[in-house]
Design a protein around this ligand. Structure first.
Ligand code: FE2
Length: 493
């Protein structure tokens, strides 16, 4: 009889254990991240990440070049403990030695149960065409965010960059769960009312906006700085900076944060990557960053000059050149303009201002090293009035794009037409705006090969609202050597 009771006890224990396992909730379905690699090498890597409640599971990830997979990765499990703000388990599976230009098939399993399966593009080698999305100001939890997510899914980019204010209002883990993961990852049915599970197959790079660092005191908001848990950026940033983002909290909170965000803090602030003919540089432009700090400027210069990619693009949150009254005086990134020009940057993308703006190609000579007390940076403008992006496609200067129409409420008035209260002096503003669309949400879709880059702006219904083409100048033809020898010396300019 005792033996029977003991057997019953074992069975009941096993059943309870199974019941507990089945109670596990997947809060963020597996999604893909770009991983640590920066410059193009001979192979690529990816990270598959997901989030559950605190019930652990023996997950595994099969991956390979075909649906036969052939390789296995077991995830690292990281507890995220925020007290009454929530407790989670984060899983990160590293997939390495992936051939460039290929496709990666993966599936995440819990035993025999398939949690998610997907196909991800590896990065393109330098001579191949790559297509990607840039968008900012996304996770507001409104209907327009879901429309944009759906259109991004339809565009099928190979990667995406969110230029800040990823999640509103304070970038907490709870806000990611409420406002972001549904439209961009968890939804099953793609549609304008639901979004699309685009992050299951497309690696998104994150850039820090003001709302993303809006809760950096963990003693006040324990689950703040959610971006550092969810994004796994490349790790090639500058040495420790005086003006890096500072995280505050109790000693225990800071230790837990650094452990849990190990792949992202502080790397999410500054990093770069290559994909195909594109070099992308992501910069934290929040006010804690000092763009006169020598170590930072040297790192930016080295990063841009070392890259041989035909198209050098920069991504940050705060636009220096834009014509909406809102945020107009936050011009701290203007001081980087000479460096961008010197290093051959083609386009600088920003968000923060909730609409679409594209500048004429411009050169800017700042009259001051830092913004003044109002945040403004005066200087001297030189505009390229000839570039039109269709018949003249070689810009003389940097094109500044604001693509902050990712879902948050639109900013409408343009400073030069609407608001009589604000008349910036010529040292601060000239008519540099080539395109301005503020009556709809939108995102940028870019296609680049070594000779040509096409930027299209698509609205929330998928209609193209702007398009420009950039091409590389034809190589100058040198005169024959004999002719050069006999030619008179050139007069100095
Ligand atoms: Fe912002």
């Amino acid at each position: 009889m005792v033996r029977l009771y003991f057997r019953c006890f074992l069975w009941l224990t096993a059943l309870a254990w199974c019941a507990a396992l089945s109670a596990q909730t997947i809060l963020v379905k597996p999604y893909v991240q770009a991983g640590r690699q920066t410059a193009l090498g001979t192979t690529d890597s990816r990270v598959i990440v997901w989030l559950t409640d605190v019930q652990p599971g023996q997950f595994e990830v099969d991956f390979g070049a075909t649906t036969n997979f052939g390789r296995l990765s077991r995830p690292i499990v990281t507890p995220l403990e925020f007290g009454k703000e929530g407790r989670y388990l984060k899983y990160s599976a590293y997939l390495g030695r992936l051939p460039l230009d290929g496709q990666l098939h993966y599936r995440v399993r819990l035993g025999e149960q398939i949690i998610r399966a997907g196909v991800v593009a590896a990065r393109k080698s330098a001579t191949n065409t790559v297509q990607f999305v840039v968008v900012g100001d996304t996770g507001d939890g409104k209907a327009d965010e879901r429309k944009i997510a759906y259109q991004i899914g339809r565009a099928a980019p190979e990667f995406a960059v969110i230029v800040g204010d990823i999640v509103y209002p304070r970038g907490t883990v709870k806000e990611y769960l409420r406002n972001f993961w549904g439209p961009y990852n968890n939804t099953v049915d793609a549609g304008p009312d639901t979004g699309a599970p685009v992050m299951g197959t497309v690696p998104f790079y994150g850039v820090l906006g003001n709302h993303d660092v809006g809760a950096s005191n963990l003693a006040t908001v324990a689950d703040g700085l959610g971006a550092f848990y969810f994004f796994h950026p490349p790790r090639n940033g500058p040495p420790p900076l005086r003006s890096h983002l500072r995280v505050r909290g109790t000693e225990i909170q800071l230790a837990a944060f650094k452990l849990a965000a190990s792949d992202a803090y502080p790397d999410l602030s500054f990093y770069s990557f290559d994909n195909g003919a594109v070099h992308g540089l992501c910069i934290d432009a929040n006010r804690h960053v000092d763009f006169t700090e020598k170590a930072l400027l040297e790192w930016i210069r080295a990063d841009l000059t070392c890259s041989r990619a035909p198209w050098k693009l920069v991504f940050f949150h705060h636009p220096g050149f834009q014509a909406t009254l809102a945020h107009y005086r936050e011009q701290q990134t203007r001081v980087l303009a000479p460096l961008f020009e010197e290093c051959g940057v083609a386009i600088a993308f920003a968000g923060h201002v909730h609409n679409y703006q594209r500048s004429k190609p411009l050169k800017f000579k700042p009259a001051q090293a830092k913004p003044d007390r109002t945040g403004q940076v005066n200087g001297e403008f030189t505009l390229d009035e000839q570039f039109d992006g269709s018949t003249n496609t070689v810009p003389q200067g940097v094109i500044y794009v604001v693509t902050g129409g990712g879902g948050a409420g639109l900013y409408k008035p343009r400073v030069e037409e609407v608001d009589p209260r604000f008349q910036p002096p010529a040292a601060n503003w000239v008519p540099f705006t080539a395109q301005y669309i503020a009556d709809r949400h939108s995102f940028s879709l870019v296609q680049a090969d070594p000779q040509k880059l096409v930027l299209r702006q698509l609205d929330e219904d998928g209609f193209e609202v702007d398009r420009i083409t950039l091409t590389k100048p034809l190589p100058s033809v040198l005169p024959p050597k004999s002719a050069a020898t006999n030619a008179p010396p050139a007069s100095p300019k």
